[in-house]
Structure formats: structure tokens, C-alpha cells
Design a protein around this ligand. Structure first.
Ligand SMILES: O=c1[nH]cnc2c1ncn2[C@@H]1O[C@H](CO)[C@@H](O)[C@H]1O
Length: 435
């Protein structure tokens, strides 16, 4: 059953409630602006003063906080002050519900709404475009990151690695901040969160750029990744390329840019998206081979991996895990049957993997529990049990970009909460048995 239809049933299940309480370790594959439930953007952010919107030629909503009202952008109608617009509406609730629908891919009938990947990915990109005007406003950005961490922490996740594009963040007067400011802000917000939540380990950034850019732009980004990592070694874990893989450039196309760090003797870690497709034989498949050759630390998705036994074997030898994101694959790659997800083959053979949620807010999910549910009930098969779950949680810390000492500490923290979780689970069982 498609996740959009299964969601309510999942939430009612006893398995899901256990998974929510389970210490899941780390979220290693999540994208910057989709870590926090979208309803916060509607209920909180769009109600802040000076929020403007306009409608682009393609019918997408664009947002901007500004004072005074700036001239409209080229692709847009006039800016409308949202506060004023709402005052004139008869039914604000319906408007807000419409906004929320605009901010997620959720729908009753996904097969009808998204007949193919083109329709789906253009909606997906349009949502990122729309919400970026809200999240990239400096005061919102700080709150967004804090609340995003909170959402994962409440879901019993103690550490995150975030694919972040580090696009400019703006202030009310129109001034903007660059990537350094953003990494500093991520760092400061994460340490504030850590201070307030003992047991939380922190977060790192995987600087990511879009694979529709040409090789010279990506060369600049690779340089930027090295600069950022040199300046913030504890915060910047490495580099990745994001965006739709089959219409974007291949890793091979970027070869010159991506081999630059090695050529100058700088070991820049890579965390490539590769093989995020169920259609064999495209350059997306070849990205797997290229990711291996480029020494990727982990493989994002690796959905196509089982069709390439030689790459599969090599990755295994080098202990390079795949980051499996079941709900994302179902929604974005139109995978209908998660029991036959390639990760089921990988898991049955013991290939290293971690479970992550990619863009939970986009899919109407949150944290990691929904994806763990799909991994446990679908991918893991009939015999998946507490040991399976424990291994997946352990893997998420083992394969993280934490340094050895940090990793050891994270492992200890996680192990304590795991023991408490298992004790509680056993107590629950014996209480049930006594009734
Ligand atoms: O599953 C995915 N595969 C490839 N790119 C993705 C996926 N999810 C999100 N993004 C990309 O990440 C950017 C935000 O960091 C978005 O622009 C989106 O295109």
C-alpha cells in the first residue's frame, strides 16, 4: 500500500509506537529544508509580520519577508502582504489548509496525481522553491533548524547529517548571508540545542550542490566544500550532488571537478547520491560505479545496486554502506512494493546499510520512525526482529562522519538508551502477560 494511504494505519499500529520510542541512532540522509513538519511553516512562519507572496508565471508561490515592500521580481505578479490578504479573506482556515497542501506531496490518490516522474519531480522542486523564501529568512532559518533538531530528537534520533545547499539567507532589509554564515548558524543552533538537551550528540553538514549545474560551477562548489571544511572541520563532513539523477548530470560528467581534491592532495569525503532509480541501464546506474571509483564514504539510495554485482561486491569489501530511504523511494521513484525493494536483497545478504528519511516533511512524515516502520515491516521480511532494528541503529552511528572519540561517546549514549528501551519493552510484555 502506498505510504500516503498507509500513514494513518501505520500511526495506529503498536509496531509504530514501539519504533517511535526506540533509540534509532542517527539520521544520515536528510535534506536541509524538509526536516520539519510543514504545518509549522503555515501556522507560525506565514503569520510573522512583513511576509509577502507572489505567484510566478508557472503558478508557483514565492514568499519574501521584506520591509518596505520591494519591487516585484521579474518572474512574478505584484507582492501581496499576506497579513492584509488574510484580513480580506472569508475563510482563512481553508486558505491555510490550501497552503499546507501546497507544501507537501501528500495526496489521497498518488497514482492519479503523479502519473510519471516528470510531474512528480516538478511538483517536488516547486515545493522546495516555494518554501525556500520562508525558510531562508534569517530569523526563520534559525528557528527552523532548532525545531528540526527537536523533531528528530523527539523521535529518539540523537545525531543528524544534513545535505545542505547553503543558499543565501536574507534579512528583512534585503542583505544576505553566505555559506560561512550558514555553517556558523547551524553550528551555533546545534550547540544551543545540545546544551538544552543532554544526550543529543549534534549535527554535521554535507555541503551539496545541484546536478543541473555545469562542471565549472561545480568546480567552484568543490573548492567551497574544501574551504568550508578547513574552516569548520567539526561541522562540514564533505560534499554531495543533489537533484533528480536521471535528468541531471552524471558523476562522470563532473569527473574533473570531483578529482580536484585528490589532485591537490586534499582528502575531501564524498557522500554521493547514486543509483536512485528502478530503471536499469541509464547513467544513474553508472553513477554507482563512479561513486565507488571516487571513494564515496556512503552511497545515497543505491537503489540500482543489486543490478550491479561487481560494484556491490567492491562496496561491500570496502565496507561502504547504502543509505536506504524507503518512503522517499516509494514517493519519488514510484516504487509500489517495498517488500521487493532492492534493499530487501541487500539486507538478506548482510550488506551494510542505514535507514533514513530523505525529505520527511515533503512526504508528510517526520523523524525516522515512519521509514523504520517500512524497513521493518516491508524490507526486513517476516523474520526481522529487535536484532535487525538494533543493527540498523548501530550502523547509523558506525557509518556516521563523527570522529572516533565522538563516535565512541555517541555509541555509549545510544547504548544506554537502548538498554533502557529494551527493559521497558520487556516490562511492557510481562505486564501484558500478567493481565
Ligand atoms: O531523493 C533525492 N534525490 C536527489 N535530490 C534530492 C532528493 N531529495 C531532495 N533532493 C534535492 O535536495 C535539494 C535540497 O537539499 C532539493 O533541491 C532537492 O532537489
Amino acid at each position: 500500500m502506498h505510504f500516503f494511504r498507509a500513514k494513518r494505519l501505520i500511526e495506529k499500529s503498536a509496531v509504530f509506537r514501539v519504533l517511535q520510542k526506540m533509540p534509532k541512532g542517527a539520521a544520515l540522509h536528510v535534506h536541509d529544508f524538509s526536516i520539519l513538519r510543514m504545518d509549522w511553516l503555515v501556522r507560525n512562519v506565514t503569520y510573522r509580520p512583513h511576509c509577502h507572496f507572489c505567484v510566478t508565471r508557472h503558478g508557483a508561490l514565492k514568499f519574501r519577508f521584506a520591509h518596505p515592500t520591494p519591487p516585484p521580481p521579474a518572474e512574478c505578479s505584484e507582492w501581496v502582504l499576506l497579513e492584509k490578504y488574510r484580513q480580506e479573506l472569508r475563510n482563512v482556515t481553508a486558505f491555510d489548509e490550501g497552503l499546507l497542501r501546497n507544501f507537501t506531496l501528500e495526496t489521497e490518490n498518488p497514482e492519479e496525481a503523479y502519473p510519471d516522474r516528470d510531474v512528480l519531480w516538478s511538483r517536488f522542486q516547486a515545493i522546495f522553491f516555494s518554501i525556500s523564501g520562508l525558510v531562508s529568512y534569517a530569523p526563520v532559518f534559525r528557528d527552523y533548524v532548532f525545531r528540526g533538531l527537536q523533531e528528530f530528537w523527539q523521535d529518539n534520533v540523537l545525531y543528524l547529517e544534513l545535505r545542505a545547499e547553503l543558499l543565501p539567507v536574507y534579512e528583512l532589509n534585503g542583505t544576505t548571508h553566505g555559506p560561512e554564515w550558514m555553517v556558523e548558524t547551524y553550528r551555533d543552533v546545534a550547540s544551543l540545542f545540545k546544551r538544552e538537551h543532554p544526550g543529543f550528540v549534534g549535527m554535521k553538514i554535507i555541503y551539496s550542490d545541484h546536478r543541473f549545474k555545469n562542471v565549472s560551477l561545480i568546480t567552484e562548489s568543490v573548492r567551497m566544500a574544501m574551504q568550508l571544511q578547513t574552516r569548520f572541520p567539526g561541522m562540514v563532513a564533505g560534499f554531495d550532488l543533489v537533484g533528480r539523477e536521471d535528468t541531471g548530470h552524471s558523476l562522470h560528467y563532473y569527473r574533473k571537478a570531483l578529482t580536484l581534491p585528490a589532485a591537490i592532495g586534499y582528502p575531501l569525503p564524498y557522500f554521493f547520491h547514486a543509483g536512485e532509480t528502478d530503471w536499469q541501464g541509464t547513467s544513474v546506474d553508472e553513477n554507482l560505479l563512479e561513486a565507488l571509483v571516487l571513494n564515496s564514504t556512503r552511497i545515497g539510495h543505491g537503489f540500482a545496486l543489486t543490478k550491479h554485482p561487481a560494484v556491490w561486491t567492491e562496496l561491500w569489501k570496502k565496507d561502504i554502506p547504502v543509505e536506504v530511504c524507503p518512503i522517499s523511494n516509494q514517493v519519488l521513484q514510484l516504487v509500489s512494493d517495498l517488500r521487493n525493494h532492492p534493499a530487501a536483497v541487500l539486507m538478506a545478504t548482510g550488506f551494510p546499510m542505514v535507514i533514513s528519511s530523505d525529505d520527511p516533511a515533503m512526504f508528510g512524515a517526520s523523524g525516522l520512525s515512519y521509514d523504520f516502520y517500512e524497513a521493518f515491516m516491508g524490507i526486513g521480511g517476516r523474520k526481522a526482529d529487535l536484532r535487525t532494528l538494533k543493527q540498523l541503529a548501530l550502523n547509523s552511528i558506525k557509518y556516521s562522519a563523527l570522529q572516533d572519540a565522538e563516535k565512541k561517546a555517541a555509541m555509549e549514549t545510544w547504548a544506554k538508551s537502548w538498554d533502557a528501551f529494551v527493559t521497558q519493552l520487556a516490562r511492557g510484555r510481562s505486564e501484558k502477560a500478567a493481565v
